[in-house]
Ligand binder design. Structure first.
Ligand code: AMP
Length: 225
């Protein structure tokens, strides 16, 4: 693979980017980098950036491009990213996508694929209203579709599971709007670059995971010199 398995998971909130990102991290041995998780850890640590970001996140709006680009460039420059990464929630605007392009070009690396997880709108609200998130590692569960082994606690590290502050009905609605206005355009953006792959994010976590892995493995074989 040319310069690593650099994958973007695209898709609206609740499409399974976080859940699939964690599974892909384990299978391919590359980090799952969620812009939202990085921001939430800044919020938890009450850094000046985190305190500013929290107000924006609680309203369901996007944090300024320049700040996110700087935050992600810094994270993507760490040594664990050399073999690739699974990006979740980044890029979210055309400006961020252009910045990622510039970042990769500078390192003479390429994007492997932008995988678009497609789900119907009514499924989004259903998924988010039952979503529980680990306070420690950010793993997501669903009260009905993907319950934890011990109620209220994460399977991985035993962290407490809570509802995310921005998973309230009002904020979910603003986030869907923001997605449609700013992020949905990235589907066209990567389609034009012939980097887009579509995956139906329905039918259970395992089935979706298998679809994504087949896509990655087939493309990986085809791209071999
Ligand atoms: P997520 O965990 O991906 O749902 O992100 C939660 C919130 O963090 C979003 O609603 C935004 O307020 C903020 N956020 C995450 N990623 C980005 C990004 N790439 N650009 C701007 N804001 C972001």
């Amino acid at each position: 693979m040319n310069g690593g398995l650099n994958v973007i998971l695209l898709g609206p909130l609740g499409s399974g980017k976080g859940t699939q990102g964690k599974l892909l991290e384990k299978k391919y041995g590359i980090p799952h980098l969620s812009a939202g998780d990085i921001l939430r850890s800044e919020v938890k640590e009450k850094t000046p950036f985190g305190l500013k970001a929290k107000q924006i996140m609680d309203r369901g709006e996007l944090v300024a491009d320049a700040l996110i680009i700087e935050m992600m460039n810094k994270r993507l420059s760490q040594t664990d990213c050399e073999k690739g990464y699974i990006l979740d929630g980044y890029p979210r605007t055309i400006e961020q996508a252009d910045a990622l392009d510039r970042f990769l070009n500078k390192l003479q690396k390429k994007l492997f694929s932008a995988i678009f997880l497609e789900i119907p709108d009514d499924e989004i609200v259903k998924r988010l209203s039952g979503r529980l998130t680990c306070e420690q590692c950010g793993r997501s569960y669903h009260a009905a579709a993907n319950p934890p082994m011990a109620e209220g606690f994460c399977n991985q590290w035993g962290g407490r599971l809570t509802h995310r502050a921005d998973d309230t009905e009002g904020t979910v609605r603003s986030r869907i709007e923001v997605y449609k206005q700013k992020t949905a355009a990235l589907v066209d953006y990567y389609e034009k670059k012939k980097l887009l792959a579509r995956v139906a994010s329905v039918g259970g976590i395992k089935a979706v995971f298998q679809r994504i892995c087949s896509l990655i493995d087939e493309k990986g074989m085809a791209d071999r010199p």
